[in-house]
Ligand binder design. Sequence first.
Ligand SMILES: Cc1cc2nc3c(=O)[nH]c(=O)nc-3n(C[C@H](O)[C@H](O)[C@H](O)COP(=O)(O)OP(=O)(O)OC[C@H]3O[C@@H](n4cnc5c(N)ncnc54)[C@H](O)[C@@H]3O)c2cc1C
Length: 572
Amino acid sequence: MVELISADVLIVGSGLAGLRAAIEAARRSKGKLEIAVLTKVHAMRSHSVAYAGGTGAALYLDEGDSYDLHAWDTVKGAAWLADQDAVELFVRLAPQEVMQLEHWGMPWSRRPDGKIAQRKFGGHSFPRACFAADKTGLYAMQTLYDTALKYDNIKFYHEYFVTSILLENNEFRGLTAIELKTGNFYVFKGKAGILATGGAGRLYPFTTYSHSSTADGMAMAYRAGLPLKDMEFFQFHPTGLVPSGILISEAARGEGGYLINKEGERFMKKYAPERMELAPRDVVSKAEMTEILEGRGFKGPGGLDYVLLDLRHLGEDRIDERLPHIRELAIRFAGVDPVEEPIPVRPVAHYSMGGVHTNKYGATPAKGLWAAGEVACVSLHGANRLGTNSSSDCLVYGMLTGRQAADYALNTSLKDVPMERVEAEEKRIFDRMLKGSTGENPYHIRTEMQRTMGDYVYVFRNEEGLKTAIKKLKELRERFGEGHVADKSREYNINLVHVLELDAMLEIAYVTAMAALNRTETRGAHTRTDYPKRDDENWLKHTMIYRGADGEPKFDYLPVVITKWPPQERKY
Ligand SMILES: Cc1cc2nc3c(=O)[nH]c(=O)nc-3n(C[C@H](O)[C@H](O)[C@H](O)COP(=O)(O)OP(=O)(O)OC[C@H]3O[C@@H](n4cnc5c(N)ncnc54)[C@H](O)[C@@H]3O)c2cc1C
């Protein structure tokens, strides 16, 4: 049986972007709109709580920073694939968002003069990362969640798993969702929708992401007929802790940490003589992999060969003051105290530059539907995101989309949802997936999918490897069938959740590999060893990916918006 809930604005996801959007929509509507926030985990378990290093914004214009400098760093970091009009908007709004959080009670770390402190981060030519020790995300999420709870017209639906977006005549109508506690199936009707479901890091075996970062939102949008953009660009962060993949935040290098190889050499001097360890992530990750592949790394467990991150010269006091969480993580998960020993690290899956296509204000091509945060591709980050720009992106675009969705909902009436699609979705999940038993053990399939992505769609890529990956991913989709759920109960069926997540990941892994094969150049995080040069003549354009009637991705392209900064050689 399908149950019905109506609200004015439906927000999927309660990370930084979703919470910021909810507050803005509630504030904007002055109590006149009901805002529903649906989240498959409890709001405070969203991946955003794990962000550590900082939030980027040009705060001190009188001390030498400027919006143009922040925009220039972002565009160069993005290997010129970012849309510069969006970047210009973003850098102006980011400082307002940092101050907004401050006013809501965010405990930013301070300078001796009492102002918000900022530290260095890769690719930024000015210390621009606002932080709260190395637990920035936890504090930012607490600040936003506390603020959201003060609004009576925001209602949280914790542990509701959204399964599809309902569009009619290219207009947003609502969502379908499962309440995990009861297993009941709901249709949520809404005037406006905001997708804020985060990134797709669980496509990879070695990843910094939460278990819940499984690409659901991207797959839902794609299946509803919306285009995905630039999916070939996935960021590998240079310092994933071996063997767990837990992130050692870039704050460690921002505070002065070095990278060294087996010969004890600070190898970054060969790859980025000026910026060294604080070059952008794509540059540092490629350097690490080159060192490892050329035999100057250390042998790691299960093929996870690594280099070392050395913090010893910072001293115990500074490490405890600025990097306490990193010290704790290294001791607990690698048995290494960074005060005494360097930390084993290697490139780790960390950020989806690609996502649901939006315009520079976060609107998707469907009327009444916006996307914000990591699920969206505006594009601000182009081929490579700079550290700290994601949390500010979530705040800025949460605010922008919340405001637009509220304005739209205030002037629209609630319309019917396409019930035949709701019924089809109910049958797919409850009759075929849950009751049926087609397809193999999903956990085996998930492991094979992740291994395939880690082996062939990682830092270095080439035609042969990508074709192997595509063939394998196709085979896995066939073996998945309609999804095999062994646990047949309705209440808290986590097995069903895993199968729904895998269904989304198989779709998005395939799109990622296909887009990577399609782009025959090297740009930012997408390195094709068989096409080692950036090719602006043919490839200074966004990839747009539509799902064809046969389920196969269809490619189209969009020009990159260049305002002030024409493409140049990228040197660090
Ligand atoms: C370990 C780590 C450290 C990072 N450090 C930094 C940093 O220092 N600075 C920085 O700027 N960025 C950093 N990032 C990146 C940044 O944290 C993320 O890009 C950002 O937090 C994403 O926020 P979000 O709001 O888009 O989504 P998330 O916080 O990922 O939240 C996604 C939400 O969507 C919900 N959801 C997903 N699917 C469904 C579904 N099917 N149904 C219902 N709900 C669903 C989830 O429940 C969750 O609430 C880091 C990322 C990681 C992983």
